[in-house]
Design a protein around this ligand. Structure first.
Ligand code: SF4
Length: 462
């Protein structure tokens, strides 16, 4: 279930685009969700005020992160929660494993956590002999299909119900050819109920951690985080350092924004608060950095840490909708993933900031007002400056810069181009030219605009 690939975004997007009907319904479904988000947002007259408030609260958190983290830790410990700190993905995975090992636990249930996807926890634990079952329905589907999630809120949005029926038939014993969503959901419910009742450990993510009280909040529509955590003897919560909010009253701002932005619902079905362990059970929270403090230090990209993972920027992005989440080859896909991933590995993810039209729709819908498209543009500059853009592209851009800076070269280039288009079009219209692969090449004009203009100006003056 690794996201490791040698292909970059354009090639993975081309793979996705081979199935045109799939691309069309993927595009239409996500746009439908975006439209639902618009209706939900427009119903709140104070929507823009909420966005601005959320953005300012997160700005405050990021500006005082270390003190809020310490305050959260102290209050969580006071409540009886055991707090662990992980500098990176490896340390996070080792901590989770050691907690399970200490109790002799070899089976765990997990609810949706993009941080554990980022850390490749499932693969790590599998290598250690630990069986992990994802309990979010969409996550369970992609887990059974041996794929990573393609969307942070809708992990199997790229799959048709007939494909899900085949997966359930193979793994969960549903009838062959069954694709009724109600029957498939019931099959998953029966399967997962057994998992919840028998697993001694549950891992969840964290949507919001409240510094003032030491509690944390998990939002789900299926109640699977609650089922797992309440029935297990040990609850491990994995949390990125940026998940903090200062006070409980701030939840009112974020909970109103989160699900309206994600799916157009007024609120998540379950917004569960965890503040202290039940008698006879333990809560552990693993606070993870994994490159976030480096991003915090990059002033131009700091705002990306305000993200509350609603997925709205993906649903609205024309590139995401047409290229599918797997084309981003990183745990968090889409516009925000394309800002976060180069921070983790600039070389590996150098392609992602270019997977955007820079239309700005992502920034328009972002509930915490992250300047997403500006940051994508800034990453492009950093990547080129650091020498991570493809060599051919760098050389082409240099040649273009030289040509555009010299009127003589520009005129010569234009003339040569027109002649090539006219007398040797095969030199341009061939499969080696990626531009031609997806577009109709234009017919070359007989003269340049400059020549055309000079002629008309001359005729007018004579
Ligand atoms: S960047 Fe904004 S729109 Fe995108 S997932 Fe994060 S909060 Fe949502």
């Amino acid at each position: 279930m690794s996201t490791a690939t040698t292909k970059d975004h354009p090639h993975l997007a081309a793979d996705f685009n081979r199935d045109e009907p799939r691309v069309n319904w993927h595009d239409e479904t996500l746009w439908w969700i975006r439209a639902k988000r618009d209706i939900a947002a427009h119903k709140l007259p104070e929507w823009e005020l909420l966005r601005e408030t959320a953005s300012q609260i997160k700005f405050n958190v990021l500006s005082n992160l270390s003190s809020y983290l310490e305050q959260f830790e102290a209050n969580a410990i006071k409540n009886g929660i055991i707090v662990h700190w992980a500098a990176d993905a490896t340390e996070h995975n080792q901590i989770v494993h050691s907690l399970l090992e200490q109790k002799g636990i070899t089976k765990m249930v997990k609810s949706k956590s993009m941080l554990t996807e980022e850390c490749h926890l499932n693969e790590y634990l599998k290598e250690q002999g630990i069986d992990v079952i994802d309990s979010d329905l969409g996550e369970r589907i992609v887990q059974l299909a041996n794929e990573p999630p393609s969307h942070i809120v809708l992990p199997c949005i790229h799959k048709k119900k007939e494909e899900i029926g085949d997966i359930f038939h193979e793994h969960l014993g549903s009838a062959k050819g069954e694709s009724d969503p109600k029957i498939l959901t019931e099959t998953a419910r029966q399967h997962l109920r057994e998992v919840f009742l028998t697993r001694r450990a549950a891992l969840t993510g964290v949507n919001f951690a409240v510094a003032e009280t030491g509690e944390f909040v998990i939002c789900t529509n299926e109640g699977n985080a609650d089922m797992g955590a309440h029935l297990a003897e040990i609850h491990i919560a994995s949390m990125g350092i940026e998940k903090l909010i200062p006070e409980r009253k701030h939840l009112g701002v974020f909970l109103r924004l989160l699900t309206r932005s994600a799916t157009g619902q007024p609120i998540t079905t379950y917004s569960s608060h965890f503040s202290k362990p039940q008698d006879g059970s333990e809560i552990h929270i693993v606070i993870v950095d994994n490159g976030r403090s480096i991003q915090l230090g990059r002033e131009e990209f700091r705002n990306s840490l305000k993200c509350i993972r609603c997925g709205a920027c993906m649903n609205t992005c024309p590139v995401y909708r047409k290229s599918g989440g797997h084309s981003y080859h990183t745990a968090v896909a889409g516009p925000i993933g394309s800002i976060l991933a180069p921070n983790l590995d600039m070389k590996k993810y150098a392609d992602l900031p270019f997977a955007s039209t820079l239309c700005g729709s992502c920034s328009n819908v972002c509930p915490v007002k992250i300047d997403i498209h500006d940051q994508l543009y800034k990453w492009r500059q950093v990547i080129v400056k650091e020498g991570y853009s493809p060599k051919a592209k760098t050389m082409a851009m240099k040649a273009m810069a030289l040509t555009l800076a010299s009127p003589t070269l520009y005129r010569m280039g234009g003339k040569t181009g027109r002649l090539v288009f006219k007398y040797a079009p095969f030199a341009v219209n061939n499969k080696l030219n990626p531009w031609y692969n997806q577009r109709e090449m234009p017919k070359a004009p007989d003269e340049s605009f400059g020549e055309w203009y000079a002629q008309r100006k001359g005729a007018k003056n004579s």
